[in-house]
Write a new protein. Structure first.
Lengths: 213, 210, 386
């Protein structure tokens, strides 16, 4: 529809929109996060919801304690191997459409604790992540920026066609395999459907170039 | 509190105990008392209840891993060389005994002094890893002894609830030991070096040398 | 490598126990729970609503800090100590710096000591304010006291950001002093924050202390006796609420705390209400220390001039250094073998030791009281699990 016609109509109190815009507007403006903080980034997440950096004005009005009522999981903090099955279970329990923000260096790739026997090197090994926020801990403004980025991503989602999101495509999984505790490590150590290790090209001189396959 | 008088007081009251003062080389001068595992419980009970000592506050329980080391020393040995007996220098290699050690830091709130580090050592790092648990004397040792069991493998006899505390129950290893090898997790790093580079190149060769 | 199996270990989860016609219910509170202060789990066995047994389970945030410290140099572990008790990062730094200074015999200049005291007491203020806010949120007040507490916390975090460059992970202490000196005007701004703080405390107290619901839910709940507190190694405000007169600032007289006149408040009952009121009283004492310190801070270097951090290799030996952190006695035990990395690095976490008596406090009470008691113990999982 012509943009000028739209603005004219809206001045008269008539709003013309498409189903896709309306659907996406509703989804993005009321993202309710799951009350889920793991470590230090959780304190910055709480500070973001407090009076100074109020996250509620962007739609995250209530943090739901139950995953059945939430549609955004902000993984804030280090995910350890002991906690990983619980995180994946919580993700499986959330109803579609669901989004994940990986907040902080630890949730992206293990962070400063990467050398750990109990640290999962990034939550994206088991569940698909939409937005990554680097930082240790990221400032509240960074979390708000990521939130708005996620809202823009949701706005750009198509209802039909090839670029449909996962929850509108038949045959795409909405639940992912929960790792089990093994004798030395989690089994499986990562979910191959979601993540694969990027291949690192090592030249003879010892320097390496990375090449994503 | 004088460590020497404490030691003589203990030796007088608990017959058969073997004590040793471990000298501390750092400026903190916190010399510790090494006790044997057999009398460890009795010694601890005496330290807590004796009216001139009254160590009622056990602040910290630490596990330490001392793996066995190879020591080579040059020794003069009499040997027959070309038919003549002479003194020859030989390099002798000995292995020290490896053990696990548990250190308790004790304070006295009543008489206001401390710390007294108390040490107990196991026989070796494989089968002989039993030590008496001091949880019945100081309740604060409960979780900390569980942690030493979990991460080092010391078994505390007499602990009310000895099971893993930080790792999951099916975990088999004792991660804080010096010879622990963590699972190959393939950490991706843009500037890989040392061990990470080694492991990355192993993954590369497994993937078919692409 | 041989592994050790313990023949006497019990299974962690026992099935619901049949007691004739009754049946006990075992629930798992956590690790994802709105009120558990992080990833903490409690296996609670209930008879109706009354707690019969409670076993805490942790390790969900075990980031093997101690193992990483064996690979890092001494100074390289300093940023990791920030992440132990992540709400009070500066006091963690201080505990570690103190332990290394004991190990290597390093002296700290005057100005650095004053800076340490000022930042340490500011940390104590914001920790206690946040804790009261969290405790009240757990009891159902939906975030309003927490908003007030975080409003003050943001002011203090602004000061930290100006001074150290980061809001939370300050990485401020060095062996022999502090990393960076105060920028121009910082002292004036800090004095202003400290001057306005009593008004916030009065407002907070007026809203909360005489509150009927709070008194009903916390008085007489979770009583900790003095003898059990000493025997179980409880330290900090939790022990002082049970009448144990042990404040490491007064006992060890570390740093320059013997120059300031402040009292140590003690509780008479040892219940949740006492532990909660203890934080209010301690905040007022901290304000006294801050006022005196900010008036008397001298000029001078902020790091020991003889300290060389490049190639820092302390002599072989060991040291145990401890401070009074806002949660309790935070101790660091270091064994050095003469190399640049510590041979053994151990953190004595106050939150973990304070949790030893959680079961004793909760038995016989309702499930709702468990949440209030856990809030009053003041745990931070980064410290419990390291």
């Amino acid at each position: 529809m012509d943009e000028k016609l739209k603005t004219e109509l809206s001045k008269q109190g008539i709003f013309a929109t498409s189903l896709q815009e309306l659907y996406n507007w509703g989804r993005r403006s009321s993202l309710w996060p799951l009350n889920f903080g793991l470590a230090c980034c959780a304190i910055e997440m709480i500070a973001t919801t407090m009076a100074r950096y109020d996250l509620a004005r962007f739609g995250a009005e209530v943090f739901r304690p139950s995953p059945r009522q939430a549609d955004l999981m902000i993984v804030a903090g280090t995910v350890t191997k002991k906690m990983a099955p619980q995180v994946v279970r919580l993700y499986n329990q959330m109803p579609e459409p669901k989004y994940v923000i990986s907040m902080g260096a630890c949730a992206i790739s293990g962070g400063p604790f990467k050398q750990g026997y109990n640290v999962l090197k990034g939550i994206d090994r088991y569940i698909p992540v939409d937005v990554y926020i680097p930082g240790c801990p990221p400032r509240p403004e960074a979390l708000i920026d990521a939130f708005i980025m996620l809202q823009k991503k949701i706005d750009a989602q198509q209802l039909t066609g090839e670029d449909r999101p996962r929850h509108l495509t038949a045959g795409q999984p909405s639940e992912f395999v929960v790792p089990r505790f093994g004798a030395h490590d989690l089994e499986p150590p990562q979910n191959p459907a979601v993540w694969h290790a990027p291949l690192v090209q090592i030249t003879k001189a010892g320097t390496d170039e990375s090449r994503n396959d | 509190m004088n460590l020497e008088t404490t030691k003589s007081s203990l030796e007088a009251n608990i017959p058969g105990c073997r004590l040793e003062i471990v000298f501390n080389g750092s400026p903190s001068a916190q010399h510790s008392l090494l006790v044997d595992a057999e009398h460890g419980f009795a010694i601890a009970a005496y330290l807590k209840d004796a009216p001139d000592l009254r160590f009622d506050f056990c602040s910290n329980v630490t596990g330490v891993d001392w793996p066995s080391k190879e020591i080579s020393a040059k020794v003069k040995v009499k040997k027959i060389v070309d038919g003549v007996e002479s003194e020859v220098e030989e390099v002798q290699k000995t292995r020290t005994q490896g053990y696990l050690e548990v250190v308790y830091h004790l304070f006295s709130q009543e008489l206001k002094y401390g710390p007294l580090p108390l040490r107990m050592r196991t026989e070796d790092r494989d089968r002989g890893v039993h030590l008496p648990s001091l949880t019945p004397i100081w309740r604060s040792a409960e979780f900390q002894e569980r942690e030493v069991f979990d991460l080092f493998g010391v078994i505390f006899d007499g602990h009310p609830d000895l099971r893993r505390i930080l790792m999951w129950n099916a975990f088999q290893d004792h991660p804080m030991r010096k010879d622990y090898v963590d699972p190959d997790d393939f950490e991706y790093e843009p500037t890989a070096h040392d061990q990470v580079l080694q492991r990355a190149s192993q993954h590369r060769s497994e993937a078919g040398g692409r | 490598m041989s592994t050790v199996t313990n023949p006497t270990a019990q299974s962690q989860l026992e099935p619901a126990i049949d007691r004739g016609e009754e049946q006990l219910l075992e629930i798992s509170m956590g690790p994802q729970h709105p009120s558990t202060h992080g990833v903490f789990r409690m296996n609670v066995v209930l008879d109706g609503e009354v707690v019969v047994r409670l076993k805490p389970v942790f390790g969900y945030l075990h980031r093997n800090h101690e193992k990483i410290a064996e690979f890092e140099t001494y100074l390289g572990s300093m940023p990791y100590t920030d992440r132990l008790d992540y709400i009070c990062s500066i006091t963690n730094n201080w505990g570690y710096a103190l332990a290394v200074e004991k190990l290597a015999g390093i002296q700290v200049p005057e100005r650095a000591e004053y800076l340490r005291v000022i930042t340490g007491e500011l940390t104590r203020l914001q920790n206690h304010a946040s804790l009261i806010g969290f405790l009240l949120q757990d009891m159902g007040s939906s975030g309003t006291p927490l908003m007030y507490a975080f409003r003050e916390r943001e002011k203090i975090l602004d000061l930290f950001e100006e001074l150290t460059g980061a809001r939370m992970m300050c990485n401020y202490m060095r062996f022999g002093g502090c990393r960076v000196d105060m920028p121009a005007g910082w002292l004036g701004r800090a004095k202003k924050v400290v001057q306005e703080f009593p008004r916030f405390l009065d407002e907070y107290e007026r809203l909360l202390v005489g509150n009927e619901i709070l008194m009903e839910r916390t008085q007489g709940i979770g009583v900790l006796s003095r003898e059990l507190a000493i025997n179980a190694g409880i330290s900090g405000p939790m022990a002082r609420a049970s009448g144990v007169n042990y404040d490491i600032r007064k006992v060890d007289k570390y740093s320059i705390y013997d120059r300031f006149s402040f009292r140590v408040p003690l509780g008479a009952h040892g219940d949740v209400y006492d532990r909660y009121m203890m934080r209010f009283l301690e905040m007022r004492e901290s304000l006294k220390i801050l006022n005196e310190a900010m008036r008397a801070i001298p000029a001078g270097p902020i790091v020991d001039p003889k300290m060389r951090i490049r190639g820092f290799r302390p002599k072989p030996g060991e040291a145990y250094g401890r401070i009074e952190s806002p949660k309790g006695e935070l101790g660091f035990y270091l064994i050095s073998d003469g190399s640049p990395n510590p041979y053994r690095y151990r953190v004595r976490p106050p939150s973990l030791i304070n949790l030893t008596v959680l079961e004793d406090l909760c038995i016989g009470l309702n499930v709702a009281d468990v949440v209030a008691i856990l809030g009053s113990v003041d745990i931070v999982l980064g410290e419990v699990d390291r």
